[in-house]
Each structure stands twice: as structure tokens, then as C-alpha cells.
Design a protein around this ligand. Structure first.
Ligand SMILES: [Zn+2]
Length: 133
């Protein structure tokens, strides 16, 4: 096994790595400290807890490859690329813990909205009734 090429996804909710999911692309977290912090915060990781010297990666699951990858067409046509090139200022956008939050919030929100609509209908109905009388 070549340990030099071992890559693992730094996202807190993700367990992908180059051994378990070798077919996945791993994007290197930028060296630029500001971008690095942005990526790590999005991945729900504390940038301070990770050495700035260590190479960190996020797997393709957290990107919209077609949008974010500069040589996506090459990858698509050739099936692989030597180096994944990400577009400038690209940030990862897909994390399951964001989706989970939305799932918890939405049922109660829609219920409240429904109740509001019903009471509004009732008010409008009684106004209309009063006008008719
Ligand atoms: Zn991942």
C-alpha cells in the first residue's frame, strides 16, 4: 500500500477515504489560510485544531463538480485527470449536516404556516359575512 497517496475526507460527517472509496476525487484544501479556514469551517471542522502543515482533503461529495471543477470536461471525457483543478475561489457546498438541520426545521415551519392561513381565512370569512349582513 502506498501511504503517500492516502487521502481522507476532512468533513466531520464524512468517512470517505482513498482506500474505502478509491473512485472518488479528493480535493486538496487550499494552502491559502483564508480559503483554508472557509473550507474547514464549512466542513464543520475547527481550523485551529488542524495543523497548517498537514495536507487536508475534501471528497467530491461536497462539491458540484460540474460547476466547481475547472477541468471537469476533461475528467468526464477521459474518465480521469492527473490533477484536479478547482475553479478559483470555489468553496465546498454539499454537507449532509446542513441537510439534516433543514429536515428538522421544515415540518414545524409548514405547520405554523398552515395554521396562520386557516385563521386568516376565518377572519376574512367573518368580515365577508359581516358585509353581507
Ligand atoms: Zn467527504
Amino acid at each position: 500500500m502506498n501511504f503517500n497517496s492516502y487521502r481522507w475526507c476532512v468533513a466531520s460527517s464524512c468517512t470517505n477515504n482513498s482506500i474505502k472509496t478509491p473512485e472518488k476525487l479528493f480535493m486538496k484544501v487550499p494552502d491559502d489560510i483564508e480559503m483554508r479556514n472557509v473550507w474547514l469551517e464549512l466542513a464543520n471542522r475547527d481550523p485551529k485544531s488542524l495543523s497548517t502543515k498537514s495536507r487536508l482533503y475534501l471528497c467530491e461529495d461536497h462539491f458540484d463538480l460540474e460547476q466547481d471543477m475547472a477541468n471537469y470536461m476533461e475528467y468526464k471525457i477521459m474518465g480521469s485527470v492527473k490533477h484536479v483543478k478547482m475553479k478559483e475561489n470555489t468553496t465546498p457546498s454539499r454537507f449532509s449536516f446542513h441537510t439534516e438541520e433543514k429536515c428538522i426545521v421544515s415540518p414545524s415551519t409548514s405547520q405554523t404556516a398552515l395554521t396562520n392561513t386557516q385563521s386568516l381565512d376565518f377572519v376574512q370569512g367573518s368580515i365577508l359575512f359581516n358585509l353581507l349582513v
